[in-house]
Design a protein around this ligand. Structure first.
Ligand SMILES: [Zn+2]
Length: 470
């Protein structure tokens, strides 16, 4: 791999990890810890958001990364999102975009006491940095900021122009941040060579007796659709009820949807995801696979039993709201159910609506498509050079790691950028165990200190590897 001239040197940090670049490990950990202390919390109701910490956070960035701020053009978009343009020497190369978000989800009042350390303390204990945002997604953006600052200070010069986008409202849809940044770049006529956003981690110890980590690069993400099913009926007194009420009719509809979920797709992408692991499995492990959140890929029916593998296989339907009735002796006149669908790349919004119409099989039940429906993302090409470079960099930094493309079952801001590039990749160099999944948006979110340093090392390598002609 290309190295940064004159700046490579061994340095042992107290955590035991030895970065091969001479960045200031102590300072970078300190800055990251501090970043967690800004309560940049996104809330669905915009009027309830306290933007003071966002403003303070932006000032903190300015003070912490002076070289970035003096070498890149900074633009504030949608008030609190930041777009840096770090110019390269070769105008013939399309720019790259590294992005992430600094807003976080709230910590519920009654959950605070369940945390081992202050949720917004950024405490460094037991070899971890603790707090909301350590996994999602402040480690993502701070590792990039540290890498860029280090590269500039070491006199590194990119051939390619890089944009860095730090979004402030990813957790609530990204309409003011990512979406506006994407529109701005489009209006400037920018065509991106690639973008790298948050995504799956480097998963460790996910299968018993297989100790190779699996890094999954998200090359696609699921769509989302809320359907409202409404049924109305004449009301009346409960002493002379009809055979079926609003409640039973809607329940029957839900039951019919549940009995026959949308088709599973065990094809292309999902096969590729798990292929690299198969040689490491014993026959028994393959059989046991359906009890883990990964799978061997034998029988769709088996895979469908596990919610995590099921989500990767098909469009899922979560019944989230059911409302009907208000008084025990009055027949309800109206009932409604909301079902949240997460769309597999093989299905469209129209496919889901049609499927529901057929399953419900009752013209008197009205089916409404609610706001903010979105189709699944396109699937990015794994043969494209930026993917290959990303894969190679992961293999270089994460010893023995297997790398495979995957479907990201959550949502990310990257979905707003498909107008600018076909090469959209979602990945974070975070070492995560099965147990860490619940920490994202949950209790005791934390990241290993040495892993954070490793993330910085990764970003330094990645930027250099992506900097020239690919
Ligand atoms: Zn996130």
């Amino acid at each position: 791999m290309i190295s940064c001239s004159g700046s490579k040197q061994a340095q042992v940090s107290d955590t035991g990890f030895t970065p091969s670049y001479a960045f200031d490990t102590e300072k970078s950990i300190e800055r990251f810890s501090k970043s967690i202390q800004f309560q940049t919390v996104s809330l669905e109701d915009l009027s309830e958001i306290d933007y003071e910490p966002f403003e303070e956070f932006i000032t903190f960035l300015e003070e912490s990364y002076p070289s970035l701020h003096s070498n890149a053009e900074l633009q504030r978009i949608g008030e609190y999102s930041l777009l840096f343009k770090w110019k390269g020497t070769n105008p013939d190369l399309n720019p790259g975009l590294l992005m992430g978000h600094y807003d976080v989800v709230p910590v519920k009042e009654d959950a605070i006491e369940l945390w081992s350390y202050e949720p917004f303390g950024g405490e460094i204990e037991e070899g971890f940095i603790w707090g909301r945002g350590t996994l999602d997604d402040k480690s993502g953006i701070f590792s990039v900021l540290e890498a860029v600052e280090f590269l500039i200070e070491s006199g590194h010069q990119n051939e390619r122009t890089f944009y860095l986008a730090l979004h402030h409202d990813e957790e609530i849809g990204g309409l003011n941040g990512a979406k506006q940044i994407s529109e701005f770049l489009e209006s400037e006529g920018v065509h991106l060579e690639f973008l790298v956003d948050e995504g799956p981690p480097v998963a460790e110890n996910i299968i018993d007796n297989i100790d190779v980590p699996l890094a999954m690069i998200g090359v696609a993400e699921k769509g989302s659709l809320n359907l409202e099913l409404v049924y109305r009926q004449e009301g009346g007194h409960s002493s002379m009820p009809p055979r079926q009420t609003v409640i039973s009719i809607l329940s029957r509809a839900i039951n019919r949807i549940e009995r026959r979920p949308m088709d599973a797709h065990y094809n292309g992408l999902i096969k590729e995801t798990f292929e690299p692991l198969i040689p490491y499995m014993s026959f028994t492990q393959r059989l046991a696979f359906n009890n883990t959140w990964l799978f061997s890929g034998k029988i769709k029916r088996e895979l469908g039993k596990n919610p995590a593998t099921n989500a990767a296989l098909r469009t899922t339907a979560a019944k989230t709201i059911f409302e009907a009735g208000f008084k025990e002796n009055v027949l309800p006149v109206e009932g409604r159910v909301i079902i949240n669908f997460r769309l597999h790349p093989n299905d469209t919004i129209e496919d889901v609506v049609e499927y529901v119409r057929q399953r419900v099989n009752n013209p008197d039940i009205v089916i409404n498509v609610m706001d903010r429906a979105r189709n699944p993302s396109p699937v990015s090409d794994t043969r494209a050079r930026p993917y290959q470079v990303l894969k190679q960099t992961i293999e270089d930094i994460f010893d023995q790691a297997l790398v495979s493309p995957s479907l990201f079952v959550a949502a990310s801001d990257s979905r707003h950028f498909h107008n600018l590039t076909d090469n959209v990749y979602r990945f974070r160099p975070i070492r995560a165990t099965h147990d860490d999944r619940a920490r994202v948006h949950g209790i005791d979110e934390r990241i290993r200190v040495d892993n954070y340093l490793e993330m910085i090392q990764f970003q330094i390598e990645l930027i250099q590897n992506l900097s020239g002609e690919l």
